[in-house]
Design a protein around this ligand. Structure first.
Ligand SMILES: [Zn+2]
Length: 358
């Protein structure tokens, strides 16, 4: 039986590294883990790319950075996630394929017995054995956002890792089976969100971020070294299953909700109660639902319908508002967040790392 993933313990062969991204993905064919050997002396680091098949920026940035061939004092692990979804026509057009799971929701779970889960298990076992000091997971958004990072821990090593690259942070209790969470007890992990794919500024930010990460002499672990703007207490806003929605245009009888085409311009911008989310027919049930991290529905605390408008009933900072119905259906429409004045106390050092093989 063929392996569920490709494993290159000695780096990608130069002829593969020279391929353009689509040709490389065709040559790989499935999820891939690469170890770029270092000169020794420092703990391993890791990057992951393409966990979502429509998020091309991380792969492009990694290729641009790694083709320079710079030797680092640490082994670098490079994960290339949902290769199949990225390759499916039209190319970089699917977060994941029908019949697949979201590849950033299957880590460290007793998932179904699929090739995708087998790949995740196998790659995670190698990463845990290597015990990287840090991991940066590179993503894109489906709407316009400033460049930001997601952290799932308050530890200074984690926050200092994120603020190497951007000081706009989302503090997130995800608990949804991400790669970041699978490693965050022993490894400083963050995700960087590099804006919309296919844009030069997105790629420039990702390249810059990876170079800062790979060039950093080592994370400070006993204090925060930079100020940051932190947003948290996320509430997930989703379309109800039977909601008929469109971005832009008039509210007609065959629709339940019309969203503005530029709703994503409010991402990471504080808005007051009364902020308009979209147009609805008066007297109908809410076309979207709001859930807190425990999964409890809290729609009534956050939404109201006033004069045919769906509005926020209290101040919030919307983040990750998407621009497409497909993205809203596959994940969510957006999140509500709040500014967080200060992160939790540093607490003890991350759980004692597993003993490293000598
Ligand atoms: Zn993503």
């Amino acid at each position: 039986m063929r392996e569920a993933f490709r494993w290159f313990p000695d780096g990608l062969p130069p002829d593969m590294l020279a391929l353009d991204e689509t040709a490389l993905l065709r040559a790989l064919g499935r999820p891939t883990l690469v170890r770029v050997p270092g000169t020794g002396g420092s703990a391993p680091r890791a990057i992951s790319t393409l966990l979502h098949g429509d998020e091309s920026t991380g792969l492009q940035a990694a290729l641009r950075v790694l083709r320079r061939g710079t030797r680092h004092p640490f082994d670098l692990f490079w994960l290339i996630g949902n290769v199949e979804a990225a390759l499916a026509p039209p190319g970089f057009g699917h977060r994941y394929l029908d019949g697949q799971a979201d590849m950033n929701r299957i880590w460290d779970l007793d998932g179904p017995d699929t090739a995708q889960c087998a790949a995740a298990h196998g790659m995670l076992a190698i990463l845990r054995e290597a015990a990287p000091e840090s991991l940066v997971d590179v993503h894109n958004n489906t709407g316009d956002n400033p460049f930001y990072a997601i952290v799932t821990r308050d530890h200074p090593a984690t926050v200092n890792l994120a603020t190497l690259m951007t000081t706009t942070l989302l503090r997130w209790e995800l608990k949804v089976g991400t790669l970041m969470e699978a490693l965050h007890d022993t490894t400083a992990t963050c995700a960087i969100e590099c804006g919309l794919p296919g844009r030069a500024p997105s790629l420039a930010f990702a390249v810059d971020a990876l170079r800062r990460y790979l060039g950093d002499p080592g994370l400070v672990t006993d204090r925060y070294v930079r100020d940051a703007d932190v947003y948290g207490r996320l509430r997930k806003v989703t379309l109800r299953e039977d909601t008929r929605v469109r971005f832009g245009g008039e509210l007609t009888d065959d629709l339940d909700l019309v969203l503005p085409v530029d709703g994503d311009t409010h991402n990471f911008v504080p808005v007051q109660g009364g902020h308009v989310i979209g147009l609805v027919h008066p007297g109908t049930q809410l076309p979207v639902a709001v859930h807190d991290p425990s999964g409890a529905e809290v729609s009534d605390e956050h939404l109201d319908v006033v004069d045919g408008r769906l509005v926020l009933s209290r101040a919030a900072v919307p983040v990750m508002m998407t621009r497409t119905e497909a993205a809203a259906r596959k994940d969510c429409l957006f999140y509500l967040s709040e500014p967080i004045d200060s992160l939790g106390s540093a607490g003890p050092m991350m759980r004692a790392a597993r003993p490293r093989a000598s």
